[in-house]
Design a protein around this ligand. Structure first.
Ligand SMILES: NC(=O)c1ccc[n+]([C@@H]2O[C@H](COP(=O)([O-])OP(=O)(O)OC[C@H]3O[C@@H](n4cnc5c(N)ncnc54)[C@H](OP(=O)(O)O)[C@@H]3O)[C@@H](O)[C@H]2O)c1
Length: 248
């Protein structure tokens, strides 16, 4: 499949998990893919090498999305590297910092919001002047935006905020035929939320999910790739939930 030929994509947090799967799938469909990472340089480089090994084109840039200066530098790096504007922006980098309201300090609020909301806001703000007409912005939310999860109130609020930002941006960017959507994953087997044996939290999540299992990063990547593709041009301001029925 090559329906993203000649498209340039930026996937934040593409070194691991959902972002890595998304970068690989977009590249498989023909896009040139830039990924960002914060700490996992080697894993980011592995993703790049894997894409190149399959005949694709990719590059990785270090950028801490929770640092207010990093997103504009990241976008600048991508524009300079490819010498062209961005067609597909996937705001995927995220952190899941937990604690109940009674137990946690404001640090949990700040950790979640600095990356999951301000990082998304700043990256998109920096990208907007460089987004090509008919472009795509896909923000990774979470089912926790719609499903109360004790101990994850700040995280859940960041993902509800992301969906809200997406809806407004969908209207702001519509005149350029740029679509903006949110993909809400449920429990996905990644380093952030590992589906490992004897893990009570993982077992509990499966009881909440009618399909009784975790999803894979690839199952999120296919939703992102669909929204990034030419067939999804009339879908904007939407929320696509991929959670095995958790929030049904
Ligand atoms: N897994 C789930 O069950 C689940 C469910 C719902 C939503 N989500 C959302 O899906 C997205 C991806 O999650 P995941 O499960 O794939 O997580 P993950 O396996 O922990 O990977 C997180 C990615 O984000 C990057 N990242 C972390 N902090 C960063 C920072 N400060 N600046 C830039 N990049 C940073 C990481 O790069 P480095 O390693 O280089 O720092 C890594 O590439 C997140 O937005 C998450 O909230 C996940």
């Amino acid at each position: 499949m090559s329906n993203l030929s000649n498209k340039i994509a930026l996937v934040t947090g593409g070194s691991r998990g959902i972002g890595a799967a998304t970068a690989k799938l977009l590249a498989k469909q023909g896009a040139k893919v830039a990924i960002s990472y914060n700490r996992s340089r080697e894993q980011a480089q592995q993703v790049v090498e894997e894409i190149k090994g399959e005949g694709g084109d990719a590059v990785a840039f270090q950028a801490d999305g929770s640092n207010s200066n990093a997103p504009s530098q990241l976008v600048e790096n991508v524009i300079q590297y490819w010498g062209a504007g961005i067609d597909i922006l996937v705001n995927n980098a995220g952190v899941f910092s937990t604690g109940t309201l009674a137990e946690s300090g404001v640090d949990i609020y700040e950790t979640n919001f600095n990356l999951n909301v301000r990082g998304v806001y700043e990256t998109t703000r920096a990208a907007v002047p460089h987004l090509n007409d008919h472009g795509r912005v896909i923000n990774i939310g979470s089912s926790v935006a719609h499903y109360a999860f004790p101990g994850a109130s700040a995280y859940g609020a960041t993902k509800a905020a992301v969906a809200g930002l997406s809806r407004s941006w969908a209207k702001e960017l519509a005149s350029r035929q740029i679509t903006v959507n949110t993909v809400h994953p449920g429990s996905i087997n990644t380093d952030m939320n590992p589906d490992v044996p004897d893990n009570d939290f993982a077992a509990y999540q499966k009881t909440l999910n009618p399909l009784g299992r975790y999803g894979t990063p690839h199952e999120i990547a296919v939703a992102v790739a669909f929204l990034a593709g030419p067939d999804a041009g009339f879908i904007t301001g939407s929320e696509l939930t991929v959670d095995g029925g958790l929030t049904a």
